[in-house]
Structure formats: structure tokens, C-alpha cells
Write a protein that binds this ligand. Structure first.
Ligand code: ADP
Length: 304
């Protein structure tokens, strides 16, 4: 089974012709409300592919918490370990997109930033040898580290998305605790000092990640493809050709797909290709969790 331990947000998005200046009130010409947060997005992405997925995380004690729990269930994610945190707001992202496709985003961490040892106590009973756990960096670092240690102690497998890379970098002890990390270009640069732009430069960056103690690395280059690397070797997956309209959550759908592929026994090369197809399909739809592709869509793209 697959468990996501991480953030849950509600995304409030509005499309405007131009961004408001201080003091200005604008009308949006389009708007949406959807489930976001990297933890929720990755959980939904894996569940849409047919996997048995549960999410361990927090919402606030407000009406948005119901929206979040209902959305998770509707997408097939087990939400019985979604805890309502008294006195906190449900995590929120207020996203404005202008006519040129630029974004401004205000994030309210809310209940996600209250994740602590009590959440890890809810995670631990769900862990078994071989369980795949998806984590990201939108929760407090102390909780992330303690959860990573719990995953290791249970003999479970940690896929850590270092997104966003914390202010002071990622703690050194996380590199050997993760089976796999999946940084994108900017995250790779933050972690290694090298900004990858092609297979060759991504491989150099992956080598640095191995030297930091990481066993398996996947360096995501957006529309330029993805590099995987471990002790057995490395390879590059060329990007799938799709009509991209919105790259939101492409990385999350990639990670959800990766978890499903690895849990079904695929090797790193096959799992990376499967995940890249999931990421590519996510760009063809607007929204975060709502952009996650189904298994049929992924298999169709893989067959092309
Ligand atoms: P993140 O969202 O973490 O920044 P990326 O933008 O690298 O991650 O996207 C994750 C993955 O989704 C990529 O590695 C790639 O496999 C796929 N992907 C993203 N954008 C495109 C695109 N325009 N065309 C094809 N595949 C894409």
C-alpha cells in the first residue's frame, strides 16, 4: 500500500487580465476551488491510478476541512487519518493568474504547520515492510525528520520530494533515510549547487546527491525530460509530447505515479518512464489534484 504524509491545501484560483495594484479591487473572469497541497496531490495522483492510498495529515477545524476530506474521498484516497486541528485554518493557496500566464500565489500554511509527533504516532501503525511513503517539504522539518526515521525503522520505503527545499537546505540525515528523492531543476540546484539543464548536467548533479548519501536520485527537468540514477547505473527519459496548458502539480503526479510503479515491482527505469507519462498528462489539465490522470490515460500515452 501507499501512504502520503504531508500537506493538504485548498487552492482558490482566479484568472485576471492583470494583477491588482495596491488598493485596487479586481473582478476575476474565471475562478476555481480545488484540492491542493503536495501531500494531497501526490495521494490523489496515486489513487487515481488505482492504488490503495491513505493520507496522514491535518486540516483546520473549519468548513474547508470538509471540502478537503470530501475531495480526497471522491478521488479514492483513504482520509480516516486526516486530523482536524482545533484552532488552525485549513491550509490555503490563493492563486492569481494573469493573461500572460504568470502566477502570484499566497500560501497560508495553517494546519499543515501544526503537524507534529501526534501525527507521526498516527503514521507508525500504518507502516509495514515494503510500504511506500510519499513525503514532501510543506510541513515542519522536525516532523519530517521524525517521520523519515519512523519509515526507516519500519522497513518501509521513503520517496522524498524535496519541494520546496527548506530555507537552510535539507538536513544531511535525510539523504540516507530516503530510498529516493525527486528534485526538479531549482531544487537540484539548491541541494547540489549545480543547475541541471540536460542529461549530462543532471547526471553530474545526481552524482553529487549520491555523495550526500542518497541511494536513488531522479532529477526532473520539466519539459526537457528526466534523469534517473542509482548504484546500478543511470538513464534518461525523453519527455512525452503533450499539449501543456498548466504545469501545476506535474511534479506531484509524477511522484504519485512513481510510487504506484515502484509498488507494482517495476525497476527504476520503467518506473521513471511511467511517472514521466503521469507528469506529462497532468500538464494537459488545469488544477492540482484535479489534473491527475487515470491508469487508462497513462497506459494509452505509454503505448504511443
Ligand atoms: P515540478 O512540478 O516538481 O517542478 P516538473 O515541472 O519537472 O516538476 O514536472 C514533473 C515531470 O512532469 C517532468 O519531469 C516531466 O516528466 C513531466 N512534465 C512536466 N512538464 C512537461 C511538459 N511540458 N511536457 C512533457 N512532460 C512534462
Amino acid at each position: 500500500s501507499i501512504i502520503a504524509f504531508g500537506s493538504v491545501n485548498i487552492d482558490v484560483s482566479a484568472r485576471v487580465n492583470h494583477f491588482p495594484v495596491p488598493g485596487e479591487t479586481l473582478h476575476a473572469h474565471d475562478a476555481g476551488l480545488g484540492l491542493g497541497g503536495k501531500g494531497a496531490n501526490q495521494a490523489v495522483a496515486a489513487a487515481r491510478l488505482g492504488a490503495d492510498v491513505r493520507l496522514v495529515g491535518r486540516t483546520g477545524d473549519d468548513p474547508l476541512a470538509d471540502f478537503a476530506a470530501d475531495s480526497l474521498r471522491r478521488h479514492g484516497v483513504g482520509a480516516e487519518n486526516l486530523y482536524r486541528s482545533a484552532g488552525d485554518l485549513t491550509g490555503l493557496a490563493m492563486i492569481c493568474t494573469d493573461s500572460g500566464g504568470e502566477n502570484t500565489i499566497v500560501v497560508v500554511g495553517g494546519a499543515n504547520m501544526a503537524i507534529d509527533g501526534t501525527d507521526i504516532a498516527r503514521l507508525v501503525p500504518l507502516l509495514a515492510p515494503g510500504t511506500i511513503v510519499l513525503m514532501q517539504c510543506e510541513i515542519p522539518l522536525d516532523a519530517l525528520r521524525a517521520a523519515a526515521q519512523a519509515v526507516m525503522q519500519a522497513g518501509a520505503r521513503l520517496i522524498l520530494d524535496p519541494a520546496p527545499v527548506p530555507q537552510d537546505g535539507l538536513p544531511a540525515d535525510l539523504f540516507p533515510l530516503a530510498e529516493l528523492m525527486t528534485p526538479n531543476e531549482t531544487e537540484t540546484e539548491r541541494l547540489t549547487g549545480l543547475r541541471p539543464h540536460d542529461a549530462e548536467s543532471a547526471r553530474h548533479a545526481a552524482d553529487r546527491l549520491h555523495r550526500l548519501g542518497l541511494r536513488r536520485a531522479i532529477v526532473k527537468l520539466g519539459a526537457r525530460g528526466v534523469l534517473y540514477s542509482d548504484e546500478y547505473g543511470h538513464g534518461f527519459v525523453s519527455p512525452f509530447t503533450v499539449d501543456a496548458v498548466d504545469s501545476t502539480a506535474a511534479g506531484d503526479c509524477f511522484n504519485g505515479g512513481l510510487a504506484v510503479a515502484l509498488s507494482s515491482g517495476m525497476d527504476l527505469a520503467g518506473a521513471t518512464r511511467y511517472a514521466a507519462a503521469c507528469g506529462a498528462l497532468a500538464t494537459t489539465r488545469r488544477g492540482a489534484s484535479d489534473a491527475a490522470p487515470t491508469r487508462q490515460e497513462v497506459e494509452r500515452l505509454l503505448a504511443t
